[in-house]
Design a protein around this ligand. Structure first.
Ligand SMILES: Nc1ncnc2c1ncn2[C@@H]1O[C@H](COP(=O)(O)OP(=O)(O)OP(=O)(O)O)[C@@H](O)[C@H]1O
Length: 494
């Protein structure tokens, strides 16, 4: 058996439970649990639902997937596999229905003309009191308090009036404000129901500034300008760490693909979304400001056909913070993928990749060493936990999700295995200790030479070649440097 099979077999064999929300199609049913396997199709799941809920068999139904922040609905094709899509959701969405309630499958009725009946949207949003209040508040009604949705319209423009205007709007949960064609976003750090199909439709082909500011408006203007003028469009997303750049990029991509696919999930969209967890695992890490901070800049190019349909996407990464591999500040971590691998690898993988516990690796255990205490106060706040997991994190689940996403974006099992082997080699390399040779000033000896055969096995190079190149590698290791620029650029290529 292939070693990689260990983790993936859990997906193949396990029976999962899909929670399908029928809304007004079946009054009185909040959700219907349907058992399904990795390869069960949406058509099969709908058949089970029709039988279970005694639905009208003459009608046509579709499954819709709802993702982050109550976002857009993606209509699944009959051959799509809901379990595979669900496994890309964060763990919170799978286990804790309260905090993950925005991730779900809805049952929708398809009209005779092929359009989807969104009749139950209102009752869907009425699930909690908080959301009902949001609907009543509405996004469109004129502001009660005098605020300006475009800072250029402020009668007196100075720092004070500008900040007061932004604060006023934020208090009313209006996180978006224009400055001409620039959009300012204030991170709300909580769910706002302003990313559902109602908003997709509302901002479709509208003039910037006519409606309340919204990130969809920016995506929409870029999309339609590209089609009309037949020219590439570029959106630059910039801000400090934790300000919401990644989240905004996701909203933009979701909206751009929604406009292009007219709400239907396609293979392309699946691949674009599958790339997310892979990039996140290898390029994101916990920092003092953000538990899931991207440590690289992204250049995302979305390619379109003349008809406006998405052809594919290309992601260029730059300025990855390489120094994080060998050193992390206090209260920060190395890249997520190391923790995923160590927690989620099967027994066979552990043996083959010579995996140890996280605290046994120098490149991972630096956060457990407390910083030097500067003052008496430092002794009082000693409650900070020395741990390798972030609160609410399930590293095993994240490793399975990563393996599935790698498979979806086209990594062959052999390549995946080589990548994990390389990751383990990096960790072992970090454990090599050096001592100065006593008789020569400028050379060093390795204190623990037993690590070298392990590393050469993982890198699949002979012990001899590895030893010859090792000195060169030591020099390179200390030359690793990286800086991070908090800018994402999203380009629409026509
Ligand atoms: N529009 C939003 N609505 C609700 N919460 C949001 C929104 N944007 C961001 N957040 C919250 O803020 C957190 C940090 O956002 P995000 O990771 O996008 O920041 P970032 O600017 O990409 O950070 P970094 O530069 O460190 O990668 C997210 O995990 C999310 O919880």
């Amino acid at each position: 058996m292939n070693i990689n099979d260990g983790g993936r077999r859990r997906f193949e064999d396990n029976e999962h439970t899909l929670h399908i929300y029928p809304g007004t199609i079946s009054e009185g049913t909040i959700y219907c649990p349907i058992p399904a396997r990795k390869n069960s199709t949406a058509a099969e799941v709908i058949d089970s639902l029709i039988n279970r809920l005694h639905l009208d068999k003459t009608k046509c139904y579709v499954l819709a997937e709802v993702k982050e922040f109550g976002g857009e609905e993606w209509i699944l094709n009959p051959t799509d596999c809901p379990v595979q899509r669900m496994m890309l959701w964060p763990r919170m969405a799978l286990e804790n229905r309260l905090s993950g309630e925005d991730y779900r499958f809805l049952l929708r009725e398809k009209n005779l003309d092929g359009s989807i009946h969104y009749g139950s949207l209102q009752s869907w949003l009425r699930v909690t009191e908080e959301r009902r209040r949001m609907i009543e508040r509405g996004f469109l009604p004129q502001p009660q308090q005098k605020d300006f949705d475009d800072l250029c319209s402020l009668p007196y423009l100075n720092e004070k009036t500008l900040l007061e205007n932004l604060r006023n709007r934020f208090k009313h949960e209006k996180i978006y404000t224009y400055v001409g064609s620039i959009l300012i976003v204030i991170n709300p750090f909580k769910f706002l129901p302003i990313y559902n199909p109602k908003y997709v439709k509302m901002y479709d082909n509208h003039q910037l500034g006519k409606l309340e500011p919204h990130i969809y408006a920016v995506a929409d203007v870029a999309y339609h300008t590209m089609l009309q003028r037949k020219k590439n469009q570029c959106i630059v997303i910039s801000g400090e760490s934790g300000s919401g750049k990644t989240q905004s990029t996701n909203f933009l991509i979701h909206h751009l693909t929604a406009l292009s696919q007219k709400g239907f999930a396609s293979g392309v969209e699946q691949i674009i979304l599958g790339a997310g967890p892979v990039l996140e695992a290898f390029g994101n890490a916990k920092t003092a400001h953000n538990n899931n901070s991207s440590r690289f800049g992204k250049f995302i190019q979305v390619n379109y056909q003349e008809t406006g349909t998405v052809l594919g996407a290309y992601v260029e990464k730059y300025l990855l913070e390489k120094s994080r591999l060998v050193y992390q500040e206090h209260n920060e971590r190395n890249y997520h993928v190391f923790y995923y691998l160590l927690a989620g690898a099967s027994e066979e993988e552990r043996l083959a990749f010579h995996l140890k516990q996280p605290e046994e690796y120098h490149y991972l255990n630096q956060i457990t060493k407390k910083p030097l205490r500067q003052s008496w106060d430092d002794y009082c706040c000693d409650s900070e936990p020395d741990c390798f997991t972030v609160e609410g994190e399930d590293l095993k689940h994240d490793f399975e999700r990563l393996q599935l996403a790698m498979e979806m974006v086209g990594f062959l099992p052999k390549t995946q295995r080589q990548i994990f082997s390389l990751l383990s080699a990096i960790l072992h390399l970090g454990n090599i200790c050096y001592k100065k040779k006593t008789y020569r000033d400028d050379s060093i000896d390795i204190c623990n030479p037993e690590v070298l055969p392990v590393v050469s096995e993982l890198l699949e190079v002979s012990d001899y070649i590895f030893s010859c190149h090792f000195k060169y590698w030591v020099t390179c290791q200390f030359l690793f440097c990286g800086s991070f620029v908090g800018v994402n650029r999203l380009v629409l290529f026509y």
